[in-house]
Design a protein around this ligand. Structure first.
Ligand code: SF4
Ligand code: SF4
Length: 333
């Protein structure tokens, strides 16, 4: 089920969606010419929309901020007070299918019957996902075709090549609710298949357990990985965090906080007795890749935890390309 939106009315459609909600979209930042997800101040900001590339930073901070206070404590009376969760209604517009599938993975991890993260859940329930379909992959590093992506959105907009319309695919009941905002446009109902995205770059296999001891891992990462953690910061599915207590000088009151962390950090695997589970860079690099491609689907029985967005390759300062590395192993090079 969907609608046809004349391309000439895209901005009017977005203005109607923006009404009464916070609206976050990919815009080119003036100060450094980088495309990022940013909250638009008003409809004049629509002129800053940019679909030429996948935003450099993902939208994950809108679900789980890089820094977040969880609760305060009072040690004297042994009382915990939850931080009030105030989640505004937000429309996240312009996410590509890779980033939408990243939200699906985060949802699976943070909103499940066994463990639900209240902070994540409150933010997520108030977010509408409006995707932007890739007729052409935005970067030569994209390899989503190999990552079994599914349709996971409230609405998906597809600029129909060679036609005057944008096809709006409704992917959920929340999408229908959102479409009511645009009722006065009287859009024509229409249905068409949203095709699979094709990418020139491909990951040749997910079956990489057999390569665990392959010497290429060490050869590449010992000489090139800086443990800088840029890859995990940029990755839309990386969600490791650290928890710490910030106690006030009275030594009675304090706040428990969480911040993003990274499995590429040596400190991340430090445990009591000063033991490090993954002391070397190769072990940490491999852990990231095996977690994404092997361990996660083994636990959740579904798709990998990597959506093929290519950011960790494009943004790596030494351009370590784990897809090429695995492909070379598969080719026996
Ligand atoms: S961005 Fe590259 S160099 Fe930095 S930790 Fe990740 S793989 Fe290593
Ligand atoms: S591992 Fe790399 S390619 Fe995969 S989702 Fe994360 S940043 Fe994107």
């Amino acid at each position: 089920m969907g609608y046809l939106l004349p391309k000439s009315k895209l901005n009017t459609f977005l203005e109607l969606l923006m009404h009464g909600s916070s609206f976050i979209a990919p815009v080119r930042r003036k100060k450094d010419d980088v495309v990022v997800f940013e909250e638009l101040e008003g409809k004049t900001d629509l002129t800053r929309l940019d679909f030429t590339t996948n935003p450099q930073f993902t939208a994950k901070k809108f679900f789980m901020p890089a820094y977040e206070p969880l609760f305060t404590y009072n040690m004297k009376n042994q009382k915990l007070t939850d931080k009030k969760i105030t989640a505004r209604q937000r429309i996240l517009f312009g996410l590509r299918l890779c980033d939408l599938n990243a939200v699906k993975i985060q949802d699976q991890l943070f909103i499940n019957p066994q463990f639900t993260d209240d902070h994540y859940q409150a933010a997520r329930e108030n977010i509408f996902l409006v995707g932007w379909y890739c007729n052409t992959p935005p970067s030569k590093f994209c390899f989503c075709e190999s990552m079994n992506l599914t349709h996971y959105y409230d609405l998906m907009l597809r600029d129909l090549p060679g036609k005057k319309d944008i096809y709006i695919d409704v992917g959920s009941p929340k999408g229908e609710i959102l479409m009511r905002k645009a009722m006065k446009l009287k859009l024509k109902e229409h249905h068409e298949h949203v095709p699979k995205i094709r990418t020139p770059k491909k990951l040749k296999t997910h079956d990489i357990r057999k390569y665990f001891d392959h010497p290429k891992w060490q050869k590449t990462t010992e000489s090139k990985c800086l443990s800088c953690q840029r890859c995990t910061t940029m990755c839309p599915t990386c969600m490791c965090f650290d928890i710490y207590d910030k106690t006030q000088t009275d030594l009675e009151h304090g706040t428990r906080e969480r911040t993003w962390d990274s499995c590429h950090s040596k400190q991340f695997t430090r445990v009591a007795g000063d033991h490090y589970f993954r002391p070397d860079r190769t072990a940490r690099f491999k852990h990231r890749i095996y977690h994404k491609i092997v361990y996660y689907p083994e636990i959740f029985g579904q798709v990998p935890m990597c959506t093929g967005c290519g950011r960790c390759i494009e943004q790596c300062p030494t351009q370590i390309d784990f897809v090429e590395l695995i492909n070379e192993m598969e080719d026996g090079k």
